[in-house]
Design a protein around this ligand. Structure first.
Ligand code: C2E
Ligand code: CA
Ligand code: CA
Length: 465
């Protein structure tokens, strides 16, 4: 009996021990997996989840800020996508790792560091009497030394958004506030600190977002059309569709006040789709009225290419409206043609095969994208207004314009000058060999019915412009 009890006791102890060991092993394994899931493979830093978890703990420990002030700094690698495109992803990866190493080296003991997005890093740091700008400046000094031998060094830039912990925010709010600085900073401001004014602007932007959606539903948008004319004869060859917003309270809101916001909020894809269908419908109407056959160009934002199937949209706009593809033109910008080149090139080629022409907008403002001129089937090159406006007074502008015209011609493109405002500009640009003109000298953008009148006058044999 005694022996049985001893054996039973021993077995129980062994069983409980095994059970404890199993539970402990599962716990440790789970913890390890969780920790591994918290790590960004490329840099070895915490990823977004890991950063939030560790950041939450740090804030909890410093709830009463007994250890001094804490700030959250988000560092944004400027134009990482462009670096990847221009120099290759290996160089892009080096930049990312240099950012990671720099942040690690400026972080103090107990600070939390993470790679929170492909091109964003975050640092939750004790300020120790420093200002957040001083910390970000330290980062800016250190960064180039870690990537000194790389060809991307000259392109290297960053922006930092800072929010000082007020003792109340949770880690997510603190992070969102620092991030908001990155969304609202100006290009010449490297470090910007969160203010309540920014928060107000965020609220205003949110109102704007819902107003834009309402505007789409309630028909507050209208397309105006600006003529594109032959320099030599003044004949209208086409029009550019430009959006106008008739706001019920604010009145007229110019595109520069809402297009960038619409891009930021992703509404631009809806707006551009509306613009494309509206322009095609109008073009078909003019065609059915037997008016002079003109090309209508429509602006397409970058988001349209990144987030939607532009080819399918263009195809359905043409099919549903019955507009002739040869009368449709899509305007894309230089910088856009540089982003995600492979995808953009293949989509634009497919659209081009439908018979639609492709025009490079604002040429001469962004990066010089000679490579994309080779790969993208551009039919039209639009010389930017900034070159045209001082072409008569500035020798450099004249030379650049002349070189662009020569290049466009060599590549068999139609060259258009944007923003022609004076007779002198018109004469010089004609001499330089530009084919088409667009600008206030010829006509401002006008509502559809005024263009109908112009085209009708044309049919009656009079000069329209
Ligand atoms: P953009 O594509 O470069 O369009 C030309 C802009 O220059 C238009 O401004 C036009 O009114 C203006 N402009 C034309 N001739 C002259 C001139 O002689 N002098 C001056 N100073 N300006 C002239 P707008 O209509 O205010 O549009 C501004 C920008 O908004 C456009 O620049 C385009 O980037 C964007 N945008 C307009 N409509 C749409 C749209 O439907 N979708 C998208 N994604 N963007 C649009
Ligand atoms: Ca345009
Ligand atoms: Ca333009």
């Amino acid at each position: 009996m005694k022996l049985a009890l001893i054996i039973f006791g021993a077995l129980s102890v062994a069983f409980l021990g095994a059970l404890f060991f199993a539970v402990y092993t599962i716990f440790v394994m789970k913890k390890e997996t969780m920790e591994n899931n918290d790590i960004d493979e490329m840099t070895g830093l915490r990823n977004r989840d890991g950063f939030m978890r560790a950041g939450k703990e740090m804030l909890e420990h410093n709830h009463n800020r007994s250890d001094g002030e804490i700030a959250l700094i988000v560092f944004d690698v400027d134009k990482l996508r462009l670096i990847n495109t221009l120099f290759g992803t290996d160089e892009g990866d080096k930049v990312v790792c240099a950012f990671a190493d720099t942040i690690k080296s400026i972080a103090g003991k107990g600070d939390v560091v993470g790679r929170v997005d492909t091109d964003d890093f975050a640092l939750l740091t004790k300020l120790h009497g420093k200002t957040s700008t001083e910390i970000a400046d330290g980062f800016g000094k250190m960064l180039p030394t870690l990537i000194a031998n790389s060809s991307v060094c000259e392109q290297l830039n960053f922006y930092a958004g800072v929010c000082v912990y007020d003792g109340h925010d949770d880690i997510y709010t603190l992070f969102n506030k620092a991030n908001l600085c990155l969304l609202t900073h100006s290009d010449n401001q490297r470090v910007s600190e969160f203010t309540h004014e920014m928060e107000n602007r965020m609220v205003e932007n949110e109102i704007m977002r819902s107003e834009m959606l309402d505007a789409l539903k309630n028909g507050q948008f209208e397309l105006y059309y600006q003529p594109k004319v032959l320099f030599k004869t003044g004949e209208i060859m086409g029009v550019e569709a430009l959006i106008r917003w008739h706001h019920p309270v604010k009145g007229f809101v110019p595109p520069c006040d809402f297009i960038p916001l619409a891009e930021q909020f992703g509404i631009i894809t809806k707006i551009d789709e509306w613009g494309l269908f509206t322009a095609c419908r109008q073009g078909k109407k003019w065609h059915d009225m037997g008016l002079r056959s003109i090309v209508i160009s429509v602006n397409m934002s970058q988001a349209q290419f990144v987030r939607t199937d532009v080819y399918a949209t263009v195809l359905s706009a043409l099919t549903e409206t019955g507009f002739d593809p040869k009368q449709l033109e899509i305007e894309v910008t230089e910088t856009m043609a540089m982003t995600d080149v492979e995808h953009t090139v293949s989509v634009l080629n497919k659209i081009h095969e439908l018979g639609v022409s492709i025009s490079m907008d604002d040429f001469g403002t962004g990066y010089s994208s000679l490579a994309s001129l080779k790969t993208i089937p551009f039919d039209v090159l639009k010389i930017d207004r900034s070159l045209v406006c001082d072409v008569n007074d500035n020798d450099t502008s004249r030379r650049i314009t002349s070189a662009i015209v020569a290049m466009g011609k060599a590549l068999k493109m139609v060259v258009l000058a944007e923003g022609v405002e004076t007779n002198e500009q018109s004469k010089l640009l004609t001499d330089l060999g530009c084919d088409l003109a667009q600008g206030y000298y010829y006509s401002k953008p006008r509502p559809a019915n005024e263009i109908t009148e112009m085209l009708t006058v044309y049919m009656d044999g009079e000069e329209a412009i």
